[in-house]
Design a protein around this ligand. Structure first.
Ligand code: PLP
Length: 455
């Protein structure tokens, strides 16, 4: 085992961390956490300190840590057949089995799954497929993609452009030209507090329609959105939002990509977020919950309508030139099969339906009167507490005060990990599906204590 001083030094000397303040980290003055082990909903750091992980890593360890069934499946697959590729129709038993399991669970009308490694590359695949589709259909001008401000779809070149958070564009010369943004539904921050849900939905659908008319529907290929806004603030949409958006898209023959990297496989209490909101997507992005992050694996689920055109394209133009070495990697697939079996066997999605509302209600009851708690919201096992300077005006704190990170830091010192979301002072919760009531109670009381201490 490495000594602590070695770990700290090597980490600073050699390791380029994602989404990190590099200079602070190199100086050793940013908070870091180095982990050694984990089990259930708890992680344990190198000093043996146990923390309740109320964000399941990066909302991905959905079945909880330390699941021996998944570890065994991975080890067995590595011993038996660690790798074979999926190019030119090749495959492995385990990846074919996982494809069957994914399609059986997917919403109606979905046809095939293309496996990748992470959510970002799956969205890159989706955008390429959308462009290919319109080229095969002889519509080379129909290429723009509409994404939403505050949406998160990854940090590649195209996916970083789709992402609607300034942090992921700044100094990277993004977004690309073909990617345009519209507003995401954000009930708490609706333009006029007097609006009811129906009026707000009509406003958002009207904005989308106006954007499409301004750009020209014949230039717009697809719309991408998370069923529930995730990294942009954990914001459930108002009633009727998806129905209204879909009506606009259908009118203009624009494809719909549901990015279910967070919501797929149970996070909202249904198998997919699309099931929860009645979304009828043409493509679905999956990643995190597919393997509960026991191994990297993602997927693009392609609907029947697109699939027919993709087949037609290869008849006309030959092999589709898109593939990763690690597409459908058997070790990821083994983790996926074991993970989906475990979700069924333990009926974990029922627990999401029970414990999710319990957590959101508990946070709401504990915090509703606090002068700096603007809103407590949630759906399934996704909750958020939005902190504001002024409840009346809903004005946020000056970002330089870093209130969100301070509250999350205080919570960690009290034994609970929640996530300070990257934009706005929002504390996010997305615990493993096996969270118990006692653990939820701890999350609630620690949040209340941390907010009282900081504000
Ligand atoms: N899409 C959504 C909705 C996500 O939340 C994320 C990551 O958090 C991604 C895509 C990107 O996934 P990855 O980080 O695996 O590339």
């Amino acid at each position: 085992m490495l000594r602590n001083d070695e770990l700290d030094r090597w980490d600073r000397e050699c390791f380029f961390h994602p989404s990190t303040h590099l200079a602070q980290h190199a100086r050793g003055d940013s908070p870091n956490r180095i982990l050694r082990t984990a089990s259930g909903s708890h992680i344990e750091d190198r000093d043996g300190k146990r923390l309740l992980d109320a964000f399941a890593g990066l909302y991905c360890v959905n079945v909880g840590y330390g699941r021996q069934e998944i570890a065994e499946a991975i080890a067995e697959q590595a011993r038996e057949l660690a790798y074979y590729h999926a190019y030119v129709g090749h495959g492995t038993e385990v990846s074919i089995k996982l494809a069957r399991m994914v399609i059986d669970r997917a919403p109606a009308g979905m046809s095939k799954v293309y496996f990748g490694l992470g959510g970002s590359d799956a969205n890159e695949t989706n955008i390429k497929l959308v462009w290919y589709y319109n080229n095969v259909l002889g519509r080379p001008e129909k290429k723009k993609i509409i994404s939403r401000w505050r949406g998160y779809h990854g940090s590649g070149l195209v996916t970083g452009s789709l992402t609607g958070l300034g942090l992921f564009h700044q100094k990277f010369d993004l977004p690309f030209e073909r990617i345009i943004h519209t507003d995401a539904p954000y009930w708490y921050r609706r333009p006029d507090p007097a609006m009811d849900e129906a009026a707000y939905v009509a406003h958002l659908a009207g904005e989308l329609e106006a954007l499409i008319e301004r750009e020209g529907a014949d230039t717009i290929a697809a719309f991408i959105g998370e069923p529930v806004l995730g990294t942009g603030g954990l914001v459930p949409p108002p009633a009727g939002y998806w129905e209204a958006i879909q009506a606009v898209l259908e009118r203009h023959d624009i494809l719909l990509i549901a990015d279910e990297v967070v919501t797929g496989f149970g996070r909202l209490g249904t198998m997919f977020g699309s099931d929860h909101y009645g979304i009828r997507p043409d493509l679905i992005t999956i990643a995190k919950g597919l393997t509960s992050a026991y191994a990297p694996l993602s997927g693009s689920i392609v609907g029947e309508k697109m699939w027919k055109v993709l087949e037609q394209g290869t008849d006309e133009f030959g092999v589709i030139g898109h593939g990763w070495t690690y597409s459908a990697h058997p070790i990821g697939a083994a983790a996926g099969v074991a993970n989906l079996e475990l979700i069924d066997k333990l009926d974990l999605i029922s627990n999401v339906r029970e414990i999710g509302p319990y957590l959101t209600r508990g946070l709401s009851e504990a915090l509703a009167e606090h002068p700096h708690v603007g809103e407590v919201r949630g759906v399934g096992l996704l909750s958020a507490v939005e902190l504001v300077e002024d409840r009346e005006t809903r004005a946020g704190f000056d970002p330089s005060r870093k209130i969100g990170p301070a509250v999350a830091g205080r919570m960690a010192s009290l034994g609970v990990v929640a996530r300070a979301m990257p934009q706005g002072d929002i504390i996010g919760y997305a615990p493993p599906f096996c969270l118990t009531r006692e653990e939820a109670d701890t999350v609630i009381s620690v949040t209340a204590e941390a907010i009282r201490a900081e504000l």
